[in-house]
Design a protein around this ligand. Structure first.
Ligand SMILES: [Zn+2]
Length: 261
């Protein structure tokens, strides 16, 4: 008998729901509320027909239970929405000063809110790891249970100056292929990144991000320095091409993994 897949966060209830790769609001902002039948850029940088904001094209495979994907994570989603709106509204200032002040985004309870934000990113990474058929490491699951985080996960943010000035900036939502590796004692490590237009989020679990990625963050500071990258035109073009081909390869891996299970 085929075993029912369990939610990777609680590991109790069945995994009946799927997380969006990028929030619905991201696509709605770009394409409007009723984008049924619209051509949208997907995470693999392909143009596809999406059947509205709930299209499966825009989601990971099912990996979460209803409770964990709604009630539990609602505050995480809200914290992310505020963060994202802030980065959009304050692009000029952020790129000039290259520092984030969480109190400026969230007000006096910024310590709780930045933890919620961190959990939003942890949820994204967990869904991505699950999508390639690997089990989500325990210290990533613990992010949802403990206030004092004992996790190897660190997030960093980076401004991509090339995307900022390119004509792709309005629709550029692109995830890198996730890179798993096995470090000491065969503990799984992961490196990943997601572009929210010109704003890049680096995920590093057990390994350091490459290049000028910005200060490492574990929901433990009010101020955070942003990394910045500006390439030659040639290097930028090869980055875009590499992103597209890596993402397409990753999608094939995900599809084969899901077909097998
Ligand atoms: Zn659950």
């Amino acid at each position: 008998m085929k075993q029912i897949k369990k939610c990777w966060i609680c590991r109790k209830r069945p995994a009946e729901t799927a997380e969006h790769r990028y929030k619905k609001s991201e696509f709605v902002r770009m394409h409007g509320k009723q984008f049924q039948g619209n051509l949208v850029r997907t995470w693999t940088n392909e143009i596809r027909l999406a059947q509205g904001p709930n299209s499966n094209t825009l989601k990971y495979p099912k990996s979460l239970c209803h409770y964990c994907n709604t009630t539990l994570s609602q505050p995480y989603d809200r914290a992310f929405d505020r963060f994202r709106e802030y980065t959009i509204a304050n692009e000029q200032q952020l790129c000039a000063e290259r520092i984030i002040d969480f109190q400026d985004i969230y007000g006096s309870d910024f310590d709780i809110q930045e933890l919620h934000l961190f959990r939003y990113f942890a949820k994204q990474l967990g869904c991505k790891i699950d999508a390639i058929g690997l089990s989500v490491p325990r210290d990533l699951r613990y992010v949802f249970k403990k206030v004092h985080l004992l996790t190897r996960l660190a997030i960093s943010f980076q401004i991509d100056e090339n995307i900022r000035v390119s004509n792709m900036r309005e629709w550029w939502l692109s995830s890198a292929a996730i890179v798993p590796s096995f470090a000491r004692f065969r503990i799984p490590c992961f490196l990943w990144s997601q572009d929210f237009q010109w704003f890049r989020v680096h995920y590093s679990l057990g390994v350091k991000p490459e290049g000028k990625a910005g200060a490492l963050w574990r929901a433990d500071s009010r101020y955070l320095y942003l990394g910045r990258i500006q390439r030659s035109e040639e290097d930028f073009n090869s980055y875009i091409a590499e992103r597209a081909s890596l993402a397409q390869h990753a999608e094939t891996v995900e599809r084969l993994t899901q077909e097998k299970s």
